[in-house]
Design a protein around this ligand. Sequence first.
Ligand code: DLZ
Length: 207
Amino acid sequence: MEHFEKGVTPSDKQLNGSDLRVLIVHTRWNLPIVEALVKGAKETMISKHNVLAENIVIESVPGAYELPFAAKALIQSAQTQGSSASSDLLASATDLLGDLTTSADKKPDSPNPGAKKAKKGAFDAVICVGVLIKGSTMHFEYICEAVSQGIMRVGLDSNIPVIFGVLTCLNDEQAHNRAGLVPNGHNHGEDWGSAAVEMALVKNRAL
Ligand code: DLZ
């Protein structure tokens, strides 16, 4: 068999995310690795796909098990916000998750110089980011199963693409490698950022 490069081949379509609003929900378990993945996703959306920094909303939850619930709650709140005058609902969902922002959550220092304005209301895509590392009990297996099923369900039920940005690793080394934290590693967050933009454009029939 011919040698092939493992991983995703970039889309040959123009992935312009300048009209998109994207939510990233990430865990605080394994935070240093998670922060690298969030950064990879965010920077790829901005630099490669022209998503405005102001249109990327970042929230956090304790662990991977909480990701599906948080994604659903925040999707619903943003939709309600977009369809009514009330702007308190997203804030209350955020309160529900706790005011536990981290350095990965910080808003950008300077706005994108592009003329497009920040969007309000519904998200066009969501990226759930977390890192599960196998321990000595069955916990890992149960959480992996629940989280992967839960994230898929939120996407299909809400009709908003929800990207599975959860590393399910057998050890720390695998996680560091896949977050691009070691030489020759690859930051999978970058792929998730591109996947979010591509799927949002599919959903919006803009491709
Ligand atoms: C409990 C737990 C364990 C053992 N490992 C991880 C992990 O590797 N990654 C992660 O994101 N979360 C872990 N958690 C926490 C659970 O996801 C969850 O936050 C708690 O069970 C509370 O529901």
